[in-house]
Design a protein around this ligand. Sequence first.
Ligand code: HAM
Length: 435
Amino acid sequence: MSERIRAPKGTHDLLPPVSEKFAAVEDTARRVFGSFGYAEIRTPIFESTDLFARSVGDTTDIVHKEMYTFADRKGRSLTLRPENTAGVVRALVEKGLQEMARPIRLWYAGPQFRYEQPQAGRYREFRQIGLELVGAPSAAGDAEVLIVLFRFLEALGLTDLIATLNCIPAGKAREAFSRALQEHVRPHAGRLGPEDARRMAENPLRLFDSKDPEAREILKGAPATLDFLDDASRAHHEELKRLLAAAGVRFVESPEIVRGLDYYTLTVFEVASEKLGAQNAILGGGRYDHLVRELGGPPTPAVGFAIGEDRLVDVLSQDPRPARSVFFVIPSSEAEVSYALSLADEIRRSSEGAVVETDLSGRGLVKGLSRAGQVLEGGGAGDYPFRVRGVAAVLVGSREREENVVTLKDLATKAQESFPREELAGRLGAARERR
Ligand code: HAM
C-alpha cells in the first residue's frame, strides 16, 4: 500500500454528521441575519498581502507572525485571509460604496487561515461567521450588531452568554492613553520579553495581547481605557449601554479588552464561554470607523463581529440540525430497483424536508430493514448525517408494483399498512400537518 497523505497540521476535515451541524448553524445565521436585512457577501480566500498589513496592522500578532503569505507565479505577494473584515471593506471600496444605499448590511461565513500553534479550539484553518454594518455612525449601529448577534446565539439555544464590552479612546485621547500606558509600564520594562518590548515601543495598546504572565502582572493597575474617553466617545459608549440594556442584551464592561487587530475605534466586545478551555473566545468584534478611508474609500464608519464557528459548534448544547422524517425505500430484489427509484421521487415531492433514501443494492427487505433500524436506534446521534424525527420503510415487492400499492412500515411502532399509490401525497401531507 502507498503511504497515506495526512491533512496539514492545524486543519480538520468536517465529515457528516459534523458537517451537517456546521451547515445548520450557517442556515440559522442566514435566517436570523436576513431577518435584520443582512445579505451574504463572499470575498476571495486570498488577497494582496498589503491589504492585511494596512488593516489588521503591522504590529499585530496576526500580521507579524501568523499569516500564510506566498508569492504567486508572477511574484505578487498574496496572503490567505486571516480574517474577513479587510476583504469585505476592500470589496466595497472596489465596487464604489459611495454609490450604495446606507447603511450596508452584510454577513459572511467561510474559512480563515492563521499560522498559530494548534491546540484544542485553535486551528490553522478555522471558520468564521461574521457580520458587518457599514455606514452607521451612531451607537444604534453598535447596538444593532450586538442585538443581531444575541438573537443568533439564542436561536442556537445559547441563552446564558454575556458580552464583555470596552471603549477604546480615539484620536488625541488614544495618544494620551498610549503615553499613560507607557509611563505605567516603563519602570518595569526590564521584565518584558523581547516581543513585549517591541509592543511597548511600537504600539503600547498591543501589550494587552500578551500572554506572558510577567506582562499580565505589570498591566495590573494600568490606566483604564474608559478613563481616557473624550466627551463624544463617552456619550457614544453611554448611549450604547443604554440601548443594550433596553434590548435585553447582557454585558459587562472590561477595560482590558482591546482586541488583537489595529482597526478598532471606540466600541470593542468579545463573548467567551466557560465550556471552552484556554481558547475560550467564541467571538469578537467592534467599531472600525477609519478602515474604509484607510483602504482608499470615502470616510465611512462601520462596526461588526466574527464568530469562530468551530468553537461555536463545540459549545452548542442543542443539536442545530432540523429534525427530519427519514424514508428508506427498499426493493425486495434488483428487479424492483427501478420502480423503487420512481416511488422515492414521488415521496420526496410530497414530503418536504424529508430524507428519502433508496436501497440501491437490491439485496432484499431484511438487509434494507436492518439499515433502517440502525438509523432509528441511533436517532441520528450515530454516524447518520441527519437528525431523525421518525423512520419509515417503504417496502417494494412485485405486488406493490403490479397492484400499484404502497407498503409503509413505521420502524418505531412496527405498524405496517398498504394503501393505493394515489393516496401517497395525501397521507404524507396529513402526517405533516399532524406534527
Ligand atoms: P478575531 O477576534 O481575530 O476577530 O476572530 C474572531 C473569532 O475567530 C475569535 O473570537 C475566535 O473564536 C475565532 N478564531 C480566531 N482565531 C482562531 C483560530 N486560530 N482557531 C479557531 N478559531 C479562531 C476578527 O477576525 C475580526 N475580523 C472580527 C470583526 C469583524 N471585527 C469587526 N468585524
